[in-house]
Design a protein around this ligand. Structure first.
Ligand SMILES: Cc1ncc(COP(=O)(O)O)c(C=O)c1O
Length: 358
C-alpha cells in the first residue's frame, strides 16, 4: 500500500466557489488569485478547472505565469508584483501577461522598453497598506505617463490592496476605498480593482470592474462572522499506520513532550511537518479519526504525528484520518499553530500527492 497521506482537491468545489464569488458582484469580472501554486492546491489544475469561468488569472510573478502558459492556459495572466527586471517586459508582452506597475523603477523600465507589442498595465496606488504602490500624490503623474506611453494599451486599470478588510470594525477599508475612488475621479479612470475575498464579501463599495478573490475560491471565508455557501477545496487525509497502548506515566514522541495520565491508545499517522502539517501546533489540536475528533499529543515529527484515540472506539490500522478539510478547517489549524489558514494551505509541499476530483 502506498503512503496514504494525500491532499484531495475537489475541482467542482473550486468552480462552485468561483460562482459564489461571482454572484456577489454579477456585473464585475473576477480574476481568481492562483499565486503560490494556487495557495497550495496546484496552479495548473486549478486554472484548467476554472478556465471556462475565469476571464483572467492573477499570480505573483512571471515564473508562475510561465508555468500556466506552458500548460496551455490561454487567458490573460496578471503579475501582481509586476516585473523585477526589464527583460521580463518583452516576455510579458509576447505572452499576454498584464503587469502591475507599483513603483517608479518599474514605471521607468516600462516607458523605456522596446516591446514587440503594447501591454495591459495595472497601476497600483498605496492607499494605506504601505507595502506596494505609488503614493496617492505620485499616482496621478504615473497614470498619465502610462496613458501616453505607446507600450501600454488603453485598458489601464487602477488598483489597490486592503490591509484589514476582514476586520469589519476597522475604519481602514472605508478610508482606502474613498481614497482610491477620489483618485480615480481626479485622473478620469473608469476601471478599478480593489476587492480581495474579504472586500468582495463584506465591503460592497469595494466591488469594482475587477475583483481579485483568492482565499474564498479555495472554500474559506476570511470573515469569521459571515456565512456563505463555500465548500473547502482541499481535504488533507491519511490513515492510521500504527497503534499502541501505553501506560499512565509513559511519555510519547521526541523529548517525551506529552505524558499519559491514564492508560492510553496512541495512533500514529504518517503525516508531519515535511508534509505541510504545521510543526508549531499546540498539543490538543484536533485530528479526525474515524469521523471523531481526537487530540494530537507530543511534538509533530517530520513524517508523523501521534493522536490520543483512547476515547474513540474501534480505531484500527488503516482507520480514516482527516487533518483538515470538511470537518476540521484550515482556519482551526491556523489558530492551533499560531498562524493562519492561508499559510497552512500555502505551505503544502510538493511531496504530498494531490488527487484531483471533479
Ligand atoms: C494583490 C492581491 N490581491 C488579491 C489577493 C487575494 O486575497 P484573498 O486571498 O484574501 O482573497 C491577494 C492575496 O494575497 C493579493 O496580494
Amino acid at each position: 500500500m502506498a503512503r496514504p497521506t494525500k491532499a484531495i482537491i475537489n475541482l467542482a468545489a473550486l468552480r462552485h466557489n468561483f460562482d459564489v464569488a461571482q454572484s456577489l458582484a454579477p456585473e464585475s469580472k473576477l480574476i481568481p488569485v492562483i499565486k503560490a501554486n494556487a495557495y497550495g492546491h496546484g496552479a495548473v489544475p486549478c486554472a484548467k478547472a476554472l478556465s471556462r469561468q475565469a476571464p483572467a488569472f492573477a499570480v505573483a510573478c512571471i515564473e508562475e505565469a510561465d508555468e500556466l502558459r506552458k500548460a496551455g492556459i490561454t487567458q490573460t495572466i496578471l503579475l501582481l508584483e509586476g516585473v523585477f527586471e526589464a527583460k521580463e517586459l518583452s516576455v510579458a508582452a509576447s505572452q499576454n501577461y498584464s503587469i502591475v506597475v507599483e513603483n517608479q523603477q518599474q514605471l521607468t523600465m516600462l516607458l523605456d522598453a522596446e516591446l514587440p507589442s503594447a501591454l495591459i498595465a495595472w497601476l497600483k496606488v498605496d492607499s494605506g497598506m504601505h507595502r506596494l504602490g505609488f503614493s496617492p500624490e505620485q499616482a496621478s503623474a504615473a497614470w498619465h505617463a502610462l496613458e501616453e506611453s505607446p507600450n501600454v494599451v488603453d485598458e489601464l486599470v487602477l488598483m489597490s490592496h486592503f490591509s484589514s478588510a476582514e476586520d469589519l470594525d476597522s475604519p481602514a477599508t472605508g478610508q482606502q476605498v474613498k481614497l482610491v475612488k477620489a483618485l480615480a475621479s481626479e485622473i478620469g479612470c473608469k476601471t478599478m480593482s480593489l476587492a480581495n475575498s474579504a472586500g468582495l464579501i463584506a465591503w460592497p463599495e469595494s466591488r469594482c470592474a475587477w475583483n481579485r478573490p483568492g482565499y474564498m475560491i479555495y472554500g474559506r471565508n476570511p470573515l469569521a462572522r459571515n456565512s456563505l455557501e463555500l465548500k473547502p477545496v482541499m481535504q488533507f487525509v491519511s490513515k492510521v499506520c500504527s497503534i499502541r497502548t501505553i501506560n499512565a506515566g509513559d511519555s510519547v514522541g521526541y523529548n517525551g513532550a506529552w505524558t499519559a495520565k491514564r492508560e492510553s491508545t496512541i495512533a500514529t499517522i504518517p503525516v508531519g511537518y515535511g508534509d505541510g502539517y504545521p510543526r508549531t501546533v499546540k498539543g490538543g489540536t484536533p485530528v479526525l479519526v474515524n469521523g471523531e475528533r481526537a487530540p494530537l499529543v507530543g511534538t509533530v515529527s517530520m513524517d508523523m504525528i501521534l493522536v490520543d484515540t483512547t476515547d474513540i472506539v474501534d480505531v484500527e490500522m488503516g482507520a480514516e484520518v482527516e487533518l483538515w478539510g470538511e470537518h476540521i478547517t484550515v482556519d482551526e489549524l491556523g489558530e492551533y499553530s499560531n498562524s493562519s489558514g492561508y499559510e497552512v494551505l500555502t505551505r503544502m509541499p510538493a511531496r504530498v500527492l494531490r488527487e484531483y476530483q471533479g
